[in-house]
Design a binder for this molecule. Sequence first.
Ligand code: G6Q
Length: 546
Amino acid sequence: MSMHHTEKNYQAAASMAWQALDSHYKQMRYLHLRDLFADDPLRGQRLVANAGDIFLDYSKNIITAETMALLVGLAEACHLKQKIAAMFRGDVINVTEQRPALHVALRMPEHAELKLDGINIIPGVHAVLRRMAAFSEQVRQGVWRGYTGKRIRNVVNIGIGGSDLGPVMAFEALRHYSQRDLAFHFISNIDGTDFQEVVGRLSPDETLFVVCSKSFSTLETMTNAQSARQWLVAKMGSEAAVAKHFVAVSTHAEAVAQFGIAPHNMFEFWDWVGGRYSLASAIGLSTMIAIGPDNFYALLAGFYGMDEHFHTAPLAENLPVILGLLTIWYNNFFGAQTLAVLPYDQYLKRFPAYIQQLAMESNGKQVTVDGSVVNYQTSPIYWGEPGTNGQHSFFQLIHQGTKLVPCDFIGFCQSLNPLGNHHDLLMANFFAQSESLAFGKTAQEVKADGVLDHLVAAHVFPGNRPSNTLLVKCLTPATLGQLLALYEHSVFTQGAIWNINSFDQWGVELGKVSAQRIYNELQHADPVLAHDSSTNSLIDRYRQMK
Ligand code: G6Q
């Protein structure tokens, strides 16, 4: 069959699957979760799935078995299986940057083999891991000393975007497992406040900077790293101190050397690792220093377990596929604009921000892999806060507002900080929220509570607000790895169905270029401003007031 034919068949099959779902949606939108549950007493046992340590209950979604079959049909028509295989094989799926997306290689065991241009890349991955482990142990045990001979007490990760959100999220998530005589800090913003508020409190002779930048040319990171270098050298009185207080994580050895960090203090990764997918690479160095190599390897094993599940499980039982398809269901048929990620665990406080980048930078796209403009919705807006805090702020809108906000509830059966009845109270709220969202409270029920007639309407909860529940025994490095890979592959599933490239991010470029030009205009009063009238007068105002 010619390419042309294959492409046509693909489009025809995909469009039939979309149409079938569209007619199905036209019936489903009138159903209520109350009825779906009443009609099938076993629904809560049936619409569940398991992978590794993660249990998913997706019964509180506005779906039937037919919905899932049609969604899986859509995935098949969109060649999801083939696309998964292509990613794991190392095909050049990031077409606009002409490279594979092989973060899964970072998590493969040492004996695995994955050839890129005829060379097995797994030994290289493990060689860097071993170097990271040796270095982490030196810092943790106080063998690595600063320039004046003192042991390191502060580790400062300097990076932004994918070189920051992974490290900060993972450190917070796994703080329980961290070595407590080491403090961890993160500087990302170009705003000098970020730098001052972190560095101002530190003793330079006990501080190690980990400069994380894939390109080693990112404006924010390079500016912060230069400031850190100046601060250190000024305080220590010698350039020689840099070698003891700076290490780098990058793909760009030359730029690292130019900055003044020796090759033996650089931890390498590769251009086939995307920034937002890089936590399992050397970008995780600060995490490894915090939790130790064994825990870091357990994190990798968690990722790997979910990778294998995604790679091999049938689509209908595949956790990331199910989550991805449900997101498509609400996004493309119900017209939902957002998705709330709600971890009921304080350690996961940066988890929603991490998932936000993962999903929105990957799938916030308007063209398909072949460059044509889409005529359907792509990524929803991901957002969230840890429970129960969210309940006392935005949950009002989710319960009674006019917008549909599908929710992911993430909870753990065991607390890492058992304290009286706190955990049962936390989890009572966890279960209560998804139940109330799904089933609501009718006017009749409200009246039966004795609410005055004129107040009944305000007390009604319409219900039928869908959610997933992810329930895990305990937050550990391994279960965190599983959760992260689960979301990565859900995002992959969505991108595959929208037929977009989830691995580039051209949308961040325009503003960067423009900022460079405006920066020059802020330095001197004379350049004539040739922007639009709004930007011109804003810059003028700033120049006068600075
Ligand atoms: C992530 C993005 C982006 C990137 C940062 C930092 O996928 O590409 O967030 O991680 O711009 O880039 P560097 O690591 O090159 O400094």
